[in-house]
Design a protein around this ligand. Structure first.
Ligand SMILES: *Cc1c(COP(=O)(O)O)cnc(C)c1O
Length: 385
C-alpha cells in the first residue's frame, strides 16, 4: 500500500494538517485591512521566535533569498568580510558575498566540526584597524548536522565592531538563539524548517547597527531593498505581492509554536538529538558530528562500510516511504541525514529507526533487530521519569 511519505529531511519538513488547512482559503486584497492584520501579527510572532524587538521583514523566497537580502543591504562592494564556514551553507553565504563584490576571507573548519570561537577571536584581535566589516556565520550547518555556539563566538568577538550576520535558517527554534540578548545584528531564517511550513517564506531580522550599515550601503538592489520593505510595512503592506496563502499558514504555525512553548520546542529537539544518536550508536553506526557540537535539527549518519548511504536511502523510500536526505558534495553516498526538526513526533522517529534496522539487515549489515529501537524506547522512559 502506498501512503503518505514520512519526510525526515532537514527541510522541507512535514506540514501539520492545521497549517495545511489554514492555507486553503480564498485570496484577499494584499493592500487591504485583512492582510494588514495578518502581516502585523506574523511579523510580531516571528520576532518573538527571534528574540528581538528590532526590525523584521518577510520575503516570498526560500532561505537563500534572505541570505542575499542580508548581503545586498548590509555589505558594500569592497567591504572586508570574514566568512566562517563549517559546510555547504557556510560556503554559500561566502559565495553570495563574493558575487556582490565583498572581499571575502574564508575561515574554514573541517566538515563535521563546529567553528572554534578562539580562532575567530584571534583573527578579530589581529584586525586592529577594524577593516573587517562583517562576520558571516551559520547557526546550524544542515549539510553536516553541526551547530555552532553562536553565543560563545559573539562573546569571543569582544568589542570588535564588525556586523554579526547569522544564517539561522535551519537552527531557529531548534537551537537557542537570542538575537537581541546576544547582540546579533542580522539573522536570516526561512519557513520550511522548524516553522513547520512549506518552503516559500524567508525572514530577515536586523537591528539599528545594521540599519546604519544599510544607510551607507552602495550595493545594487531592488527586490530585496529593505528600505522599500520597511516603508510598506509601516502601512501594513509588502512592496510587492506577498505569498498570501503562506501567510495564512504562518499565522497558524506560529499559533502552534506558542501553544507548545518556545522553550519546550528547544527541549523537544534536544531530546530527539539524544534519542536518535543513542539508537544509531546502538546499531553500531557512527555519526559524523561529535556529541559536543551535534545538531538537534538532524543527525548525519555514516553509512556502514560496503553499503552506500544512497542505497540505504533508496531502500528506505521503496520499502517504507521514509525519505531521508543524502550527503552533499564530498559527503555524497558517505552519509545520510535524518532530519528531526519541526513537526516530528516521537513515534515518527521510532518508526524510522525500526525501518532503518530492517533495511540495514536486508542489505547485509550485521545488526541485532530491535537494538536501536529498544535504546530509543529506554531513552523515552528515562526522559519521562
Ligand atoms: C535550508 C537552509 C538554507 C536555505 O536554503 P533554501 O534552499 O534557499 O531554503 C540556508 N541555510 C541553511 C543552514 C539551511 O539549512
Amino acid at each position: 500500500m502506498k501512503g503518505e511519505q514520512y519526510l525526515l529531511l532537514p527541510g522541507p519538513t512535514p506540514v501539520p494538517d492545521r497549517v495545511a488547512r489554514a492555507m486553503n482559503r480564498a485570496m484577499i486584497n494584499h493592500r487591504g485591512p485583512e492582510f494588514q492584520e495578518i502581516l502585523v501579527s506574523v511579523t510580531e510572532g516571528v520576532k518573538r521566535v527571534y528574540g528581538t524587538e528590532s526590525k523584521l521583514l518577510i520575503y516570498p523566497s526560500s532561505g537563500t533569498g534572505a541570505m542575499e537580502a542580508a548581503v545586498v543591504n548590509f555589505l558594500s562592494p569592497g567591504d572586508n568580510v570574514l566568512a566562517v564556514s563549517i559546510g555547504v551553507f557556510g560556503d554559500r553565504f561566502a559565495q553570495i558575498a563574493e558575487e556582490f563584490g565583498a572581499q571575502v576571507e574564508k575561515m574554514d573548519f573541517p566538515w563535521g566540526e563546529a567553528a572554534d570561537p578562539e580562532k575567530i577571536k584571534e583573527r578579530l584581535e589581529q584586525d586592529k584597524n577594524h577593516e573587517i566589516k562583517a562576520v558571516l556565520l551559520t547557526h546550524n550547518e544542515t549539510s553536516t548536522g553541526v551547530s555552532n555556539d553562536v553565543k560563545a563566538i559573539k562573546e569571543a568577538a569582544g568589542d570588535h565592531p564588525a556586523l554579526f550576520i547569522v544564517d539561522a535558517v535551519s537552527g531557529l527554534s531548534v537551537v537557542e538563539l537570542k538575537m537581541d540578548e546576544w547582540g546579533i545584528d542580522v539573522v536570516v531564517s526561512g519557513s520550511q524548517k522548524a516553522f513547520m511550513m512549506p518552503p516559500g517564506l524567508s525572514f530577515l531580522g536586523f537591528n539599528d547597527k545594521a540599519m546604519t550599515a544599510y544607510e551607507n550601503n552602495s550595493n545594487c538592489k531592488f527586490y530585496w531593498d529593505i528600505g522599500a520593505g520597511l516603508e510598506y510595512l509601516e502601512k501594513g503592506q509588502n512592496p510587492f505581492t506577498p505569498a498570501i496563502s503562506l501567510y495564512y499558514g504562518l499565522e497558524e504555525a506560529l499559533k502552534m509554536m506558542f501553544e507548545e512553548g518556545l522553550e519546550e520546542i528547544l527541549q523537544r529537539h534536544n531530546n530527539y538529538r539524544r534519542m536518535v544518536r543513542a539508537a544509531i550508536r546502538e546499531m553500531g553506526l557512527k555519526t559524523l558530528a561529535a556529541d559536543g557540537c551535534a545538531s538537534p535539527a538532524l543527525t548525519s549518519v555514516i553509512a556502514p562500510e560496503g553499503i552506500g548511504a544512497n542505497k540505504i536511502r533508496k531502500m528506505m523510500q521503496e520499502e517504507f516511504d521514509i525519505v531521508l536526505a543524502g550527503g552533499q558534495k564530498t559527503l555524497d553516498d558517505v552519509i545520510f541525514r535524518l532530519g528531526h526538526l519541526g513537526y516530528v513526533r516521537q513515534l515518527d522517529l521510532i518508526s524510522v529507526l525500526a525501518g532503518l534496522e530492517t533495511v540495514l539487515f536486508k542489505a547485509g549489515y550485521h545488526i541485532e533487530l530491535g537494538s536501536g529501537v529498544k535504546k530509543a524506547q529506554e531513552f523515552l522512559i528515562d526522559m519521562h521519569e
